[in-house]
Design a protein around this ligand. Structure first.
Ligand SMILES: Nc1ncnc2c1ncn2[C@@H]1O[C@H](COP(=O)(O)OP(=O)(O)OP(=O)(O)O)[C@@H](O)[C@H]1O
Length: 379
């Protein structure tokens, strides 16, 4: 499908001039962002996050590689084209970037004034509605200096979304805010962008807010790596830091193509899986080869493969296949590492075992013996 991508990046490289040499800061990036997807971009300071989003947001020119925004190639795009594309994106910055000599309604309205079909009356109405949606409907005539940090960021969100962009870019929108205000701001960005079916790329260092992402991209020295530690800590929050780092170092990132079988019923159970992208479908086959559809997992962080590992049965009780037209990405943890993990963290074992029993109950078949370890809840 031509329109299946909001952003499609292949082999993107970028360098800055430093004295008389060039310093390369992006080393061949591949990224896909689909309509309505919330993608969080994490990584240490200096790893290249701001460079990457400023290229996506048409604030810089592409030097090398392919970057398609709304299906249009930005490599070799003219300054005029970049400017036109920039108007179709919404931006939220760390330091709000509001103009204090304008009222907050006028600040929001600015985004509409640069659109080709600008109509002042309509723009005023839309700006007031958008401020209402961010909870500032009664403050439209105030100026930014009258507001708290969290309220200023709400204005910035209204300004970024008022023209209904198909992509919102937020560069550390919570960095200048306290934790609970930051969480509210992320919730708001996600609620409003989802309501408009806008994709959002949100740069953040804040691990506590990552659980609501559709996808987490982790930048390491100008490359996209799998956010293995972050993914595992979200799924299994009871692991202590040392244990988490140990498991993360042993987890293997895998990608399966549409049509691939991930788990085959009857095979020995030897791995535990955490879904990090795409969808996985579970079905069971009876002796005559008839299929019973059991579940489709689409939420990032869903885990599976625990049944064969936790029960004395030891073999796969169902098949799992790639679902839909996108690849399915997983973190695989070897059975022996999984056993060690739940052996050391009773809370983790309890959570996974409870989830397994609730799956047995929903799927209506419990062909297996109870696990040898009963859930423990005393941590
Ligand atoms: N305009 C510039 N000129 C030269 N070097 C730059 C420029 N902008 C960024 N860099 C360098 O490029 C590298 C990546 O910077 P970038 O700002 O993209 O990283 P970041 O992950 O966003 O970091 P932070 O979280 O600190 O903002 C850093 O080493 C930085 O010093």
């Amino acid at each position: 499908m031509a329109n299946d991508h909001i952003v499609k990046i292949r082999g993107l490289k970028h360098s800055y001039k430093e004295a008389s040499t060039m310093k390369q800061v992006l080393h061949g990036i591949d990224v896909d962002v689909h309509p309505g997807q919330n993608v969080f971009l994490t990584g240490y300071s200096g790893s290249g996050k701001t460079t990457l989003i400023s290229l996506v947001g048409c604030l810089r020119s592409v030097q090398d590689g392919s970057l398609k925004l709304f299906d249009e190639e930005l490599n070799k795009a003219s300054a005029r084209k970049l400017l036109a594309m920039r108007k179709r994106v919404g931006y939220v910055f760390q330091h709000f970037n509001l103009l204090d000599f304008l009222s907050i309604r006028q600040n929001v309205q600015q985004s509409l004034e640069i659109q080709p079909d600008y109509n002042p009356r309509e723009a005023r109405k839309l700006s007031e509605e958008m401020l209402d949606a961010v909870g500032l409907g009664d403050r439209v005539n105030d100026h930014p200096s009258d507001l708290s940090g969290g309220q200023k960021q709400r204005v910035a969100i209204a300004r970024a979304l008022v023209h209904r962009p198909k992509l919102l870019i937020a560069d550390e929108p919570t960095a200048a805010l306290d934790t609970s205000t930051g969480r509210d701001i992320i919730d708001l960005v996600q609620r409003l962008s989802r309501a408009q079916n806008s994709a959002a790329i949100i740069v953040t260092h804040n691990m506590r807010i990552l659980d609501s992402a559709d996808e987490i991209l982790h930048m390491i020295d100008g490359r996209i790596g799998t956010a293995i530690t972050e993914q595992i800590s979200l799924v299994l929050p009871n692991l202590d830091d040392r244990h988490l780092a140990e498991i993360a170092s042993k987890a293997i990132a895998r990608e399966y193509k549409p049509g691939d079988l991930i788990i085959k019923q009857g095979d020995p159970a030897d791995e535990f899986y955490i879904l990090t992208g795409g969808e996985a479908h579970v079905f069971r086959l009876d002796d005559n080869g008839n299929r019973t559809e059991l579940a489709t997992f689409s939420k990032r962080g869903t885990y599976f493969g625990e049944m064969g590992l936790l029960t004395e049965h030891g073999t796969r009780t169902a098949c799992v296949e790639v679902h839909g037209s996108q690849p399915t990405r997983l973190l695989a943890i070897k059975g022996s590492d999984f056993a060690e993990m739940i052996g050391r963290s009773r809370a983790t074992r309890a959570v996974i075992t409870d989830e397994m029993w609730s799956r047995f109950n929903t799927d209506g078949t419990t062909p297996l013996k109870r696990p040898s370890h009963h859930p423990v809840r005393d941590e």
